[in-house]
Design a protein around this ligand. Structure first.
Ligand code: PLP
Ligand code: SF4
Length: 390
């Protein structure tokens, strides 16, 4: 499906940014977007009316944090509103350089669980494989910012041309690993051929049952999700993909078409959202996001609390905000539109939604629904313990 390149835009308050109009064929070609990424003030001005603060921030983060925006994702930014949810995820902010109490570069402890250059083994039956540190857009809120975006500190050897022998050997020597999640960075930054070598290498290990890909390309550059890519991946089923939509504005005809291509090739698509201050930290936005995801057949999976990551902490909300959002979803929309709210920590992902019941002294439960109505059930109808059940 093709969608008109945004050569004309609705009239806005400022002068329209000047930019050469791309041909449709260029707009539809993901390599064109990768080549034309926005990473200078001049290029950014072709899309948005930069504020002085943004210009200062761009200069300020230079040498510390990478930045880069695909023309596709830039086209979703409001040219005049610096608080635009897409713009805030992509354009550097001065707050990235502030020091926040408790902020760490790796609060989730990937480095503690690293077993080879690329394998992080934190859970019993599954690992992540850090394929690359490259991404089409360097999201300002990236939880692995020190790995993807920090110019001073990548913690693994990003030998992109390098062999995966050591990593694949570790996985094959640990047959309890039945689930491998390719992540990074964004694994789909690789060309199809290179990606296929990795996926084929994993598929050749008999104990690997499922292969998962974590990729934000459906959101940042959906043109990457080509028929050829999907056909290649479908040769290695079961393959699952999780993506990362944070705001309903990111759901476009192009992103819906990318999801549709994945699904038609038998690749289920899930979504992980990060709860971000000033971007999606309100019930109405989240409810719209989750229901719009269901319309394009994406299954909400996790809602991540924003970790206290160096360079990211300004996006952090309270846990109470997360509860308010979860309680604004649960019961209001279908259960499979409700993600699981988790804190990612050095001891793993911890579900932290508030329970919708309390135990009562008589061995029963006091249940509370999404409308705030309460119902008491006792041990005769809903025994809690095995003793009461007999
Ligand atoms: C998130 C994560 C996984 C996958 O977790 P699921 O809950 O299975 O999606 C695996 N390994 C690491 C290190 C992770 O951070
Ligand atoms: S695409 Fe994912 S890994 Fe890459 S910068 Fe964005 S959040 Fe981080």
């Amino acid at each position: 499906m093709s969608h008109a390149a945004p050569t004309d835009r609705e009239d806005t308050t400022g002068p329209p940014p000047a930019r050469p109009a791309p041909e449709q064929a260029e707009w539809d070609d993901w390599r064109w977007h990768m080549r034309k990424r926005v990473n200078t003030v001049e290029k950014a001005r072709e899309w948005i009316n930069l504020t002085e603060g943004e210009e200062r921030a761009i200069a300020g983060v230079a040498g510390r944090y990478r930045w880069s925006i695909t023309p596709y994702y830039a086209s979703l930014m409001d040219p005049d509103d610096p608080l635009c949810p897409v713009r805030q995820q992509a354009v550097p902010a001065a707050d990235e350089l502030l020091e926040f109490p408790g902020a760490e570069v790796d609060p989730v402890g990937d480095t503690l669980y690293r077993r080879t250059n690329r394998v992080v083994h934190k859970y019993p039956d599954r690992v992540i494989l850090l394929v690359t540190e490259a991404c089409p857009v360097y999201c300002r809120h990236c939880t692995r910012k020190f790995h993807t975006t920090d110019l001073q500190g990548s913690y693994f050897r990003d030998d992109e041309g390098g062999a995966y022998d050591e990593d694949l050997r570790y996985i094959s020597e640990h047959p309890e690993i039945r689930d491998v999640l390719l992540t990074g960075g964004d694994p789909l930054s690789y060309q199809d051929g290179r990606l296929e070598e990795i996926v084929a290498g994993l598929r050749a290990i008999p104990s690997v049952e499922i292969i998962r890909i974590g990729s934000r390309f459906p959101v940042l550059l959906p043109q990457r999700i080509t028929e050829e890519l999907c056909t290649m991946l479908s040769r290695y089923h079961p393959v699952w993909l999780n993506t990362h939509f944070n705001h309903p504005k990111e759901i476009t005809p192009e992103s819906a078409a990318a999801v549709d291509r994945l699904l038609r090739h038998g690749i289920p698509v899930g979504n992980q959202t990060v709860l971000l201050r000033g971007i999606n930290d309100d019930v109405a936005t989240m409810r719209r996001l989750m229901t719009e995801l269901l319309r394009i057949r994406v299954r909400p999976y996790y809602l991540y609390h924003c970790d206290n990551v160096t360079g990211v902490a300004h996006f952090m909300t309270s846990v109470e905000k997360g509860w308010e959002i979860m309680e604004g979803l649960q019961g209001h929309i279908t259960g499979f539109g409700v993600p699981q709210y988790v804190l990612t920590t050095k001891i793993g992902k911890i579900p932290v939604s508030r329970p919708s019941f309390t135990e009562t002294p008589d061995g029963g439960l006091l249940l509370r629904n999404f409308r705030g109505q309460e119902l008491h059930v006792d041990a005769t109808t809903h025994p809690i313990t095995e003793t009461d059940a007999r």
